[in-house]
Design a protein around this ligand. Structure first.
Ligand code: SF4
Length: 428
């Protein structure tokens, strides 16, 4: 079974090829965006953005309005008086938090989320979180991280959020059994599927970070092995490693190949019999293969261009090329963590242009010149490109949709096939 995880690593790929870093003007959401999926995932947490009306509008319009439930995110607006240094921002923040927690006794973890304005006025949210944590412990855990556009882009917000949880994770007692930790927010339905598969493989102790409830924050120590569920967990992975946890090297669980190798890495670590592994994955793997069959015809040979957005670009490009036969014109990514992406890079066809960071104007020129069948990009670029007759896929949909694992492989392929079909219908 180790062959499942490592075979391709020796034979092909562009892991050692230099990526082309093109710093310049960017077109990416800030890290506040992560609140949209994180507030749904951690059900007793509240995300209090300390920011401006712009920040409030961003998350409000992206997350929609919760009509039937109390919202689990909000913004403490930094007003002109705060910006001018006329008000004590710490005092104001304490008042907002006290009022919020009195009204919402269901909150167990409160994240103070930094923004561009809170950074500009140099509001020390780490100190504020410490002060408020002392005041509201043990009922409420108060943490902080930055989601500002100065420090973070898009999915880095989740990474920063999860890294803030790591110091809160208890250390297991010496001699505790080996445990598996899955790092990265997954849709609940996907988490349940993976739990079932791990249980069938005989891997008993499995935790997920983030947990659904604050009380279920897992332990971490030298007996912890962890798998990345998302490619953008740079600082949270490092924080886990600093606690002694060991990362299992594997591609991301996208598509049949990625999911099999990902599960396979855990199975090898737990010494699962290869025959047992094949038995456990056989049925879902077959379902995924037949789901992908339908899309192979539609995506095979299609030329795809990725603009940098979510950091999912490299694993998704690998999936599109290897399982659906798509051609990769350019794979842009906001940041390239070669260590975490090593297994993915090995699986890209040699010579794939991987472009780190972005100079959006030059990248647009390259995209137009290449005239691809599909461009995967952020919302801001999609409309102009569509108007020019280029089919686009909104990268943000790939972050919001359940796309991991065998059962979602067909849905993932469909997300790319749909805009091509729409464009084909428009051209008829
Ligand atoms: Fe804009 Fe910065 Fe607020 Fe993000 S954090 S919405 S980039 S002001």
């Amino acid at each position: 079974m180790s062959a499942i995880a490592t075979r391709s690593v020796q034979s092909m790929g562009c892991a050692t090829a230099p990526s082309d870093a093109k710093p310049g003007q960017r077109e990416v959401f800030c890290g506040l965006t992560g609140i949209i999926w994180l507030h749904r995932k951690i059900q007793d947490a509240f995300f209090l953005v300390v920011g401006s009306r712009t920040c409030a509008h961003l998350i409000q319009s992206a997350a929609g309005v919760m009509i039937f439930a109390e919202p689990r995110f909000g913004t403490a607006i930094i007003g002109e008086r705060d910006l001018a240094g006329l008000a004590d921002a710490n005092e104001e923040l304490d008042k907002v938090v006290t009022k919020l927690l009195a009204r919402r006794p269901d909150i167990r973890t409160l994240f103070l989320v930094g923004s561009c304005p809170s950074e500009v006025i140099k509001l020390d949210l780490a100190k504020a979180a410490q002060r408020l944590a002392q005041r509201f412990a043990p009922a409420v855990r108060v943490l902080n991280y930055s989601g500002s556009g100065i420090e973070t882009t898009f999915t880095e917000g989740e990474d920063a959020c999860l890294a803030s949880l790591v110091p809160e994770m208890a250390t297991p007692p010496q001699g505790a059994e080996k445990s598996l930790l899955v790092l990265g927010a997954l849709a609940d339905v996907v988490e349940d599927q993976f739990r079932r598969l791990f249980a069938e493989l005989g891997i008993a102790k499995v935790d997920f970070l983030p947990p659904r409830r604050s009380a279920d924050l897992p332990q971490v120590g030298p007996n912890t092995r962890f798998l990345l569920a998302q490619p953008f967990q740079t600082i949270s992975a490092r924080a886990l490693e600093e606690r002694g946890a060991v990362r299992l090297r594997a591609p991301l669980p996208f598509g049949v190949e990625g999911t099999t190798a990902w599960l396979g890495a855990a199975a090898v670590e737990w010494g699962v019999d290869p025959e047992r592994f094949r038995e456990v994955v056989a049925a879902p793997r077959k379902r995924a293969e037949s789901a992908l069959q339908r899309y192979r015809e539609r995506l095979s040979g299609k030329r795809i261009f990725f603009f940098p957005d979510s950091q999912l670009e490299i694993p998704l490009a690998r999936f599109l090329h290897r399982e659906l036969g798509a051609e990769l014109v350019e794979v842009g990514t906001p940041y390239l963590n070669r260590k975490l992406m090593a297994e993915e890079l090995e699986l890209l066809p040699p010579g794939t242009p991987v472009v780190e960071q972005q100079d959006v104007e030059r990248q647009l020129d390259r995209a137009r010149a290449a005239d691809p069948d599909l461009v995967v990009c952020g919302l801001g670029l999609a409309n102009p490109l569509e108007a020019e007759g280029i089919a686009t896929k909104w990268a943000i949909e790939l972050v919001f949709s359940p796309i991991h694992g065998y059962e979602q492989a067909g849905d993932l392929a469909e997300l790319f096939a749909r805009p091509l079909e729409r464009r084909a219908r428009l051209e008829v």
